[in-house]
Design a protein around this ligand. Structure first.
Ligand SMILES: [Fe+2]
Length: 615
């Protein structure tokens, strides 16, 4: 039985295919259309899922949408009407889209799938989809479920239990009270883009002091004992305006929002630290509540807030749960997978046997490309390459390049599902190099240099390098942990001085550990553990680098530039390689050096960058 899950029309559209309970394929539409956070119907992602399983729309038994459009429409209507006439403008703007797409979704889905589709059409609630995406792929027979996000239909957070093949959500928090919206309001106020800049705000937090936290708790939000939040809506504008925050908010926090792309000041850093602290407190309390009402020792998490890996790390260290599994596609893209799994298990009652590790396959659920296809493509371009037949030779060369501080585009196997690159479509480098963070940020990603990179670490060595309490793995880069004392370095007086510099770039350039490129100012790091089973060649490459250098860590960042969706095809990868200062590109069995490429193959960098909006 083939169940096709679809999420669309908010942000990050995606499709997922579950065949006889197995997760066969899943991908975000943005990767195919090259439009970041593409929210249109995911036609290309659907086509990929069907191709991957070698089926046609006629073979799809159920197509399921990740939320209930009528209930969501009711919420939009009520929200806007409750503040009429002020709310009329956004409603008028939203209405034609809703009328066209959301209310006519059944027709639209049938139309897109084509005449041969004869299956059922179903709808699963937004938070049910998140909950299903968290519980069903997890390795647990039973677990508490916590979903935390901005908003779906009415719910903005939910708590429940997963047992065997069933999930039951017992508590929910409702719009407009929402932890996700609160975080997004601060994202907006500090000059970052809502629904994509949240990650930057989190990255900024360690530079600040949480000196606004009390003010936030006193005026803006009440965090209750059970972790639910109650917002004073006079500080917000998202019910009736197109902005997130109100004049009163701006007065309270000392002025208008920071202009996007302008200088980041200590105020923004302190605001980031403050909202992060408030969020962590709410997440921790929610988890205690979930623990109390479910009595389970394990927790699964999804929803956009579950991508806050700093809060997840705190939860793991301080929270009541022994183990936590987070859906790597925790945002709305993951709803496609959750909806499909909910139909298979929850609705149709098919049994479920938890897989050790999990059944997410490392989240490598997107397309792969054969070396033969890649060779045809490279020949058609006239690119210069070496095809390396023996894997051990290839890995020797890659490890050698890393050791020479070269930056490498690494393209291998299936593309990742979810927002993070995990070794399928990654840019990698040597974390020991003090310049690596600045080089990768400025010359490769073309973005703000305060942003830290994440380390990939060989699973066997994680406890040497980081102070973690994972007994299990952290293969999805969803938990933050401190760099181990033994790997930290003492700061000189001069370095201490530089750590106080108002310019973030100066602070970033201070090496605080033996792996400075992945060590944040507070010694934290977003860890991805890499293991032989999930990561295959990527693991073997890291092992080779370790044997050569004694360093079990590489820098891993997504294979893209600022504002660009992560690369999907060899063409995308080659273009990105040529438009940036990357030194080498590894496309499956091929190694390409930048210095060998014919000059005519380089795209105009400015034109390339201009294709992608600022994120
Ligand atoms: Fe959501």
């Amino acid at each position: 039985m083939n169940i096709l899950g679809i999420s669309a029309f908010f942000h990050d559209s995606a499709a997922a295919l579950v065949s006889d309970g197995e997760i066969v394929a899943a991908a975000q539409e943005e990767r195919f259309t090259r439009r970041k956070h593409d929210d249109r119907y995911p036609g290309k992602a659907v086509s990929f899922c069907l191709e991957q399983a070698d089926i046609t729309p006629a073979d799809v038994d159920v197509a399921v949408f990740f939320e209930k459009p009528l209930v969501k429409f009711e919420r939009l209507l009520e929200t806007h009407l409750s503040v009429a006439p002020r709310g009329f403008a956004p409603l008028r703007r939203a209405l034609p889209l809703w009328a066209r797409q959301k209310l006519q979704l059944p027709e639209l889905m049938r139309e897109h799938l084509g005449g041969s589709f004869r299956g059922d059409l179903r709808f699963v609630g937004h938070h049910e989809s998140h909950a299903a995406s968290a519980f069903y792929p997890s390795p647990y027979e039973e677990a508490a479920i916590l979903t935390l996000d901005a908003v779906g239909e009415w719910a903005t957070a939910s708590v429940g239990t997963g047992t065997g093949n069933q999930i039951e959500l017992t508590h929910e928090m409702r719009f407009p009270h929402s932890l996700g919206m609160l975080y997004s309001a601060f994202t907006y106020y500090t000059g970052f883009k809502v629904n994509s800049g949240e990650y930057k705000l989190m990255g900024l937090a360690p530079y600040g002091e949480p000196r606004y936290a009390d003010l936030i708790l006193e005026k803006v939000v009440d965090v209750r004992r059970d972790g639910s939040v109650s917002l004073d809506m006079s500080y917000f504008d998202y019910c009736h305006g197109l902005r997130m925050t109100s004049e009163k908010f701006h007065q309270t926090f000392g002025g208008p929002p920071r202009k996007p792309e302008s200088m980041i000041t200590q105020k923004e850093m302190d605001l980031a630290a403050s909202i992060q602290a408030v969020t962590e407190e709410a997440v921790l309390r929610s988890a205690h509540f979930a623990h109390e009402v479910t009595g389970k020792s394990k927790l699964v998490l999804a929803g956009g807030v579950a991508l806050n890996c700093v809060a997840n790390g705190e939860l793991l260290r301080k929270g009541p749960f022994e183990e936590i599994w987070v859906q790597p596609a925790a945002g709305d893209a993951g709803g496609a997978l959750g909806a499909a799994l909910q139909v298979w298990h929850g609705v149709l009652g098919n049994s479920r046997k938890p897989t050790p590790g999990d059944s997410q396959h490392g989240s490598f659920l997107g397309p792969r490309f054969s070396s033969d296809d890649i060779e045809l493509f490279l020949d058609s371009l006239g690119a210069s390459y070496h095809r390396v037949k023996e894997e051990s030779d290839l890995l020797d060369q890659v490890a050698g390049l890393l050791d020479e501080s070269k930056v490498i585009g690494w393209f291998h196997g299936r593309m990742e599902y979810g927002p993070r690159a995990l070794g399928g479509r990654s840019i990698i480098g040597d974390p020991r190099s003090p310049e690596m963070q600045a080089v990768m940020n400025l010359k490769i990603k073309f973005r703000e240099s305060f942003r830290p990179f994440a380390p990939c670490v060989l699973r066997e060595h994680v406890h040497e390098v980081f102070e973690t309490r994972f007994e299990e793995d952290s293969p999805y880069m969803l938990f933050v942990a401190p760099v181990h004392e033994d790997w930290r370095v003492d700061l000189s007086d001069e370095d201490r001085q530089r750590m106080q510099d108002p310019d973030l770039r100066t602070r970033v350039s201070v090496a605080r550990s033996r792996i400075p490129a992945v060590t944040h100012v507070d010694y934290s790091a977003r860890i991805q553990t890499v293991d032989a089973e999930r990561h295959g060649r990527y693991y073997r490459m890291m092992l080779r680098f370790y044997e050569m250098t004694g360093c079990p860590v590489v820098v891993n960042t997504s294979f893209n530039i600022r504002g660009e969706p992560i690369v999907c095809t060899p063409e995308d990868a080659f273009r990105c390689f040529m438009a940036t200062d990357m030194d080498a590109l590894v496309l499956e069995d091929f190694i390409l050096l930048k210095s060998d490429q014919p000059a005519g193959l380089a795209p105009d960098v400015e034109t390339y960058r201009a294709q992608f909006g600022l994120d």
